[in-house]
Write a protein that binds this ligand. Structure first.
Ligand code: ZN
Length: 272
């Protein structure tokens, strides 16, 4: 953060968005907190990813039109996978492409942030008290590796493949909200949240039967149709109505040459 009358680069802080200013939040937003004294204009603040979860649970094929564009049948149960927290970046941080993939896609999604420990949630009980709020996620995916690996961990787990933010909005009307994905200002993806095959409430119940959801954990609920490739120089935006816009540039990989990557790939193919 950078503000008049405050150190130029203080430590990262949680903040409360109040109109066009950000007020420091003292304590832990997941347990006990209170409003602090200091505040900064929003345009003088560098936003980081709004939370560092213990896990990010992704959901595959949760919009019918996206399943169709991938030539996949509709799932009878949610298809879930994990993205590593090390893949998280904040707003405006670059998505770094990888020489291991020739087909890295954007996936605009609305994501749930869990506020309270949630395990074995009974069917009749509402999941709402376990929700802290909602944020935008770009579930960046190496589509070629997703297909060739079968398992999705590598395809969805590269560093920088989980842009998140810009905020956690605690009051979102899911009946009215929409998810959109833009590349270089052109809208590629769009759907109302009500198009989700498995609702937020259903997903929390269902996932809590397999794994305990901890405060701060994130469930990224799946992407609408219109996914497509990202290239170095692109700017990609995830817009969730009622939450905000998550904007990230796309850059070429810096340290690994395509030659090294292809050598590695051929060695992998030989069984090393
Ligand atoms: Zn996804």
């Amino acid at each position: 953060m950078d503000a008049v009358g405050a150190p130029a680069h203080p430590e990262p802080l949680f903040g409360l968005l109040e109109g066009n200013s950000v007020r420091e939040l003292l304590g832990d937003p997941l347990t006990e907190w209170r409003r602090g004294e200091r505040a900064w204009p929003l345009d003088r603040v560098s936003l980081l990813a709004p939370i560092m979860p213990s896990k990010i649970v992704g959901v595959g094929r949760n919009y019918a039109e996206h399943a169709a564009e991938m030539s996949n049948p509709l799932p009878k149960e949610p298809i879930i996978f994990l993205k590593p927290p090390s893949s998280i970046i904040g707003p405006e941080e670059p998505i770094v492409l990888t020489p291991f993939s020739q087909n890295v896609h954007h996936e605009a999604e609305i994501a749930v942030v869990i506020g309270k420990t949630c395990s074995q949630l009974p069917d009749g009980e509402s999941a709402l008290p376990y929700v802290l709020g909602f944020t935008c996620v770009n579930d960046v995916t190496a589509r070629d590796l997703q297909r060739s690996d079968g398992q999705w961990t590598r395809a969805k787990g590269f560093d920088t493949f989980c842009p998140m933010g810009p905020v956690i909005e605690t009051e979102v009307d899911l009946a009215k909200s929409t998810v959109a994905g833009f590349v270089n200002g052109e809208r590629r993806q769009f759907a109302p949240v009500t198009d989700l095959l498995f609702s937020v409430d259903f997903l929390i119940h269902w996932i809590s039967r397999m794994m305990t959801l901890l405060p701060g954990d994130v469930i990224s609920t799946g992407t609408p149709s219109g996914v497509g490739p990202l290239r170095a120089g692109d700017v990609v935006e995830v817009v969730v109505d009622g939450v905000g816009t998550l904007r990230n540039p796309v850059v070429a990989p810096a340290n690994v040459s395509p030659l090294e990557a292809s050598r590695h790939l051929s060695e992998t193919a030989k069984g090393h």
